[in-house]
Design a protein around this ligand. Structure first.
Ligand SMILES: Nc1nc2c(ncn2[C@@H]2O[C@H](COP(=O)(O)OP(=O)(O)OP(=O)(O)O)[C@@H](O)[C@H]2O)c(=O)[nH]1
Ligand SMILES: [Mg+2]
Length: 317
């Protein structure tokens, strides 16, 4: 996997933990409350646990599997003390998350250094695509990579302007055309410019809303097709951006995009302002699409490489 940093370059301990305090309060604090002082794991304790997991946006199916797993351990007598519950849930969640973390789309760049790597950002309007692009550009640029941004949201008036402001701030060139231009043509030209300028990463900002949803999917597919003509066989990533504050809705959105576009990875945003961070586990379990990064604020530095163990520790501590 190459998301650009060695393991020791991760955020300092405690940073993600701080940002996830709302989720942790909803999940870990309530778990502690129901397990503390209990002597045995009885059906009523399991019911309380089920309710906590369900209301933490982990999802009905994933909750069902977690509770079943606990029940089996109780039946087999490998679990009898309530204080063990948290440790077991943590390990289960880490293994759910790890099972989906096939990051081959990232390792492609590792195998072919010096090749242009294109990343198309998709997601409904307002989820944080443009901000995530700026953060990722900053992340890679600070490692010495050359990043180019592409304004392929030609539908919304202010979209190009917003990307240019971020481009200036992070020091990355922004390729754009006039409003209403064909986004696929913008991307085609940008890819050609990027090849000529020996760019490492090209980050493509797309529209979150058009006249109808099917138009949007068709437009995104066209960008993919046209990009493929300019960049055939090269590493290519389709990153779906989801707003964690929308909880279970994020999962429904993910299905729509994943079905149409062959999404390679997911970025979860706005984890700082929500108690619904548990949705990360549900998404991973339901879609089997790896989570690449988390966004935890509006600043350029509020961007974390997703690490299952670190995430679970942060919501469970
Ligand atoms: N608190 C918080 N706010 C965020 C985060 N990411 C983005 N935002 C805010 O969410 C709002 C929308 O972000 P954009 O990046 O413009 O979203 P977008 O998906 O590009 O939106 P469209 O271009 O309209 O489709 C902005 O006000 C951002 O500052 C995050 O991780 N945490
Ligand atoms: Mg945008």
């Amino acid at each position: 996997m190459d998301r650009g940093e060695p393991a020791h370059g991760k955020a300092p301990p405690g940073r993600l933990w701080d940002k996830l305090s709302k989720t942790r309060r909803r999940l870990a604090d309530r778990l502690n409350t129901v397990t503390t002082g209990k002597k045995v794991i009885d059906p009523s304790l399991l019911e309380d646990l089920e309710e906590i997991l369900l209301t933490s946006d982990i999802g009905v199916e994933t909750t069902g599997q977690l509770i079943e797993g606990l029940q089996e351990r109780v039946d087999q007598k490998s679990l009898d003390r309530p204080e063990q519950v948290k440790t077991i849930l943590k390990e289960e969640m880490i293994s759910f998350l790890e099972a989906s973390q096939d990051l081959s789309a990232f390792s492609l760049t590792e195998k072919s250094p010096g090749t242009l790597h294109a990343i198309m950002f998709v997601g409904v309007n307002g989820v944080g695509k443009t901000t995530a692009i700026a953060k990722m550009a900053h992340h890679y640029q600070s490692q010495g990579q050359k990043v180019m941004l592409v304004a392929a949201d030609t539908f919304r008036a202010a979209a190009t302007e917003q990307l240019k402001i971020w481009g200036d701030r992070v020091g990355a060139e922004v390729i754009s055309q006039k409003r209403g231009a064909d986004p696929a043509a913008v991307v085609f030209d940008a890819l050609s410019a990027a090849k000529a300028r020996r760019i490492d990463k090209i980050l493509i900002d797309t529209a979150g809303r058009l006249h109808t949803k099917s138009n949007l999917m068709e437009e995104l597919k066209k960008i993919q097709r046209v990009a493929g003509k300019q960049l055939s066989g090269a590493p290519y990533q389709v990153t779906l951006v989801l707003d964690a504050t929308t909880g279970q809705n994020a999962i429904a959105q993910a299905h729509v995009f994943a079905q149409s576009l062959g999404v390679t990875d997911i970025i979860l945003t706005k984890l700082d302002g929500t108690a619904k961070g548990g949705v990360v586990i549900g998404i991973s379990r339901k879609l089997h699409i790896p989570i690449s990064f988390l966004c935890t604020g509006e600043g350029l530095e509020d961007f974390e490489i997703f690490d299952p163990r670190e995430f679970v520790e942060a919501i469970f501590a």
